[in-house]
Ligand binder design. Structure first.
Ligand code: PHE
Length: 340
């Protein structure tokens, strides 16, 4: 076979292959073109390659060189076609086909809103801030010292019963039990431990108790703790602060009532009731900080006195918005949440 004839076959084949690859508009046609030209057994390139043996011996090196060049050209054309089709599958390519239409109505974004309890917390911080109280924070996982011991709650006290608390079996060791805090009074201790008096803080956050959920109970809820330590603080100051707070939050001239009570960390202790729509409603506990607590944090009870209170945040929010079931807060039903 003459060299010229072989080269002509080869050129023709290369032109046909390049044209077929360029014409392919989908992966399927490209694949059948690949099999036709580049197929390992019966591909047309293979067939031409076999003919190389018939070329005169002296011409064979030239034939081989030309063959390699054209094979490279065909391979490149195939790779280019494949890259073109791959790109076509991407959205960028599709948007080229369908140009952006600025007259179409846009997709509306639904705005969320803050949870009613979060909104309440923000408002309580704002009101108490005006009365000079700074916000302090504490951990929700506590040790017995901050949740009980320093608060004058001895080991045999029923409040420490495992059935009344969420003790954590994974944290701490047996002689250092950890628990989900059952009250925000823990933050009183944490603040006093590293701040010399005077102190004027509030702390808002979650507390946990193994209560069965019903309309007025939930195993997790929020408290606002208040603590004021200074010289010559009296129960009259406590009553004034709580009354000013209630008037700001609930609106109008809210009356307040103290009922004698008991908390290990305050002496005397009271339950705090607010009058609302001709009803007395309990919002929390309060009292003068017990001297034992002041001593536990290294304060001198002869020098300073103070008051503390703990109010239920859900209760305040429920009263304000006439919500009758605490469980509504934690169902995550947007029909409820969107009303606030
Ligand atoms: N920690 C008490 C409770 O959770 C409330 C309280 C706070 C009482 C501060 C007195 C002083 O019931």
């Amino acid at each position: 076979m003459a060299l010229a004839e072989f080269l002509e076959d080869l050129d023709e084949l290369a032109d046909a292959a390049v044209a077929a690859f360029a014409a392919a508009t989908d992966p399927k046609t490209l694949e059948s073109a690949r099999i036709e030209f580049l197929g390992a057994k019966k591909g047309r390139l293979k067939t031409v390659q076999k003919k190389m043996g018939q070329v005169d011996k002296t011409d064979r090196p030239a034939a081989g060189k030309h063959f390699n060049q054209l094979k490279q050209r065909i391979d490149q054309a195939f790779a280019a076609a494949r890259a073109r089709l791959d790109q076509g599958a991407s959205p960028a390519r599709q948007s080229k086909k369908e140009p952006f239409d600025p007259t179409l109505p846009g997709m509306s974004v639904t705005l969320g809103r803050r949870h009613p309890i979060t909104q309440t917390i923000e408002e309580l911080k704002e009101i108490m801030g005006r009365l000079g109280f700074h916000v302090a924070d504490g951990p929700e996982i506590e040790d017995a010292w901050h949740n009980f011991e320093a608060l004058n709650i001895p080991p045999e006290h029923p409040a420490r019963d495992p059935l009344e608390n969420f003790y954590l079996s994974v944290a701490g060791s047996n002689d250092e039990p950890m628990l989900l805090r059952s009250q925000t009074s823990t933050v009183q201790i944490r603040v006093m431990e590293h701040t010399p008096p005077p102190v004027r803080i509030i702390s808002l956050g979650r507390v946990y108790r193994p209560d069965t959920a019903d309309a007025t109970h939930y195993p997790m809820f929020h408290q606002m703790e208040g603590l004021l330590i200074d010289t010559r603080v009296t129960m009259a100051d406590l009553k004034s602060v709580l009354r000013m707070f209630a008037t700001s939050y609930l609106g109008g001239d809210v009356h307040i009532r103290f009922r004698p009570s008991f908390f290990p960390f305050t002496e005397p202790s009271v339950e705090v009731d607010y009058q609302w729509n001709d009803q007395w409603i309990e919002f929390g506990g309060a009292g003068m900080v017990d001297p034992n607590v002041l001593e536990a944090v290294g304060y001198d009870p002869e020098q300073v006195t103070g008051f503390a209170f703990g109010l239920g945040v859900e209760r305040l929010c429920m009263r304000r918005h006439n919500i009758t079931d605490i469980r509504e807060f934690y169902k995550n039903d947007v029909r409820f949440l969107h009303q606030f």
